[in-house]
Design a protein. Structure first.
Length: 346
């Protein structure tokens, strides 16, 4: 089904008021989010050509911007939908950037930080062609070695007390040395509802898969993150989904497929949805926005056909924001749905 046909189907089968009602229910929720703090630095440059004396690209500096990424971005997306958010994260003892972190989170977001020694707070610096917004290359500042047993125990003890106080826990496991076996097991033991995104990226490829978790209420992954732990590179996506569900006893999960949309799986039933917009500025952070908002919708037990629609709308909005410069709000999401699907006055 292409986008145009899907939008016609949604307009006929889904009620805008019903979707809004689901999102309204999130307003009373208290959410605990756990994961790596990442500061996304975008350095905008004007490429000038090949340097005369070296085989490298020469570029003129234009400007630089810093955005709250990683778990901070997830928290900020959630903040526009729920009552309050508590972030549990680690920062480095070198270049902590704590002032920036505190200024970057929304008013209803509290941050509990733990300190990782001999480490910087993670920065991912991307150099961007300012004319086309193409990324040229990236530099990462991090120490992604595992945290010490002492720090792990401190975090586990904190989570043991905090997790039962929140309606749901949302975990952004970016695989940068923070979330270990003990923390995963505590999350599974004490969270009232556990949503997890276990990300594969250039820093952790092959070592950070969703199979590290044994008991999740919801998880989201992109297609490669589904295929890699199963070693299923070319098989039909529906076959891979079936194998993942049976092998890892997954309850509800979302597979995002870029311009092919997403697939939501609930207790063996499959709900496919194509993208609702073809416009893309920057995919960085789009998956985090989709995961954060979809976690709420799944927790609220929305009808299964609503879930991938909301997910694709959230991802579509975020894909048209540079980095994590802005958060996806409830108002933005509802306006997007009205404009793209339901029409004014729905």
């Amino acid at each position: 089904m292409d986008t145009e046909d899907y939008i016609k189907k949604v307009k006929q089968s889904l009620d805008f008021g019903r979707i809004k009602s689901v999102l309204d229910k999130a307003a009373k929720l208290n959410v605990l989010v756990v994961g790596d703090t990442i500061i996304d630095t975008y350095v905008f440059v004007k490429p000038k050509g090949r340097a005369v004396k070296d085989p490298i690209l020469s570029a003129e500096f234009i400007s630089e911007e810093n955005y709250a990424g990683g778990i901070l971005a997830i928290a900020n997306h959630l903040s526009g939908f729920v009552s309050k958010v508590k972030v549990v994260t680690i920062i480095g003892d070198q270049r902590t950037n704590l002032d920036f972190i505190k200024k970057s989170v929304k008013g209803n977001v509290a941050v509990k930080t733990f300190l990782k020694k001999d480490s910087p707070t993670i920065i991912k610096k991307r150099f961007i062609d300012s004319h086309r917004n193409n990324k040229l290359f990236k530099i990462e500042y991090m120490n992604d070695k595992p945290i010490t047993e002492e720090l792990s125990k401190e975090i586990v003890d904190y989570l043991d007390e905090e997790l039962p106080k929140y309606d749901l826990a949302i975990v952004g496991d970016f695989g940068h040395g923070f979330i270990n076996e003990a923390i995963r097991r505590k999350l599974e033991e004490k969270a009232n509802f556990l949503a997890v995104n276990t990300q594969s990226n250039s820093a952790n490829m092959g070592y950070n898969y969703f199979r590290l978790y044994n008991n999740m209420d919801f998880t989201s992954m992109d297609e490669s993150e589904l295929r890699l732990p199963l070693l299923r590179r070319f098989e039909d996506i529906l076959e891979v989904i079936k194998e993942a569900k049976e092998t890892f006893k997954l309850k509800k999960f979302m597979v995002t497929r870029g311009n092919k949309g997403s697939i939501f799986v609930a207790n063996g039933n499959i709900f496919k949805a194509p993208i609702v917009t073809t416009s893309v500025k920057d995919t960085v952070g789009a998956g985090d926005a989709l995961f954060a908002i979809t976690s709420l919708v799944v927790y609220l037990n929305a009808d299964n056909d609503i879930v991938p629609f909301v997910a694709n709308c959230a991802g579509g909005i975020a894909a048209n924001i540079i980095g994590n410069k802005e958060s996806v709000t409830k108002e933005m999401l509802l306006s997007f749905m009205e404009e793209k699907v339901f029409g004014n006055g729905s």
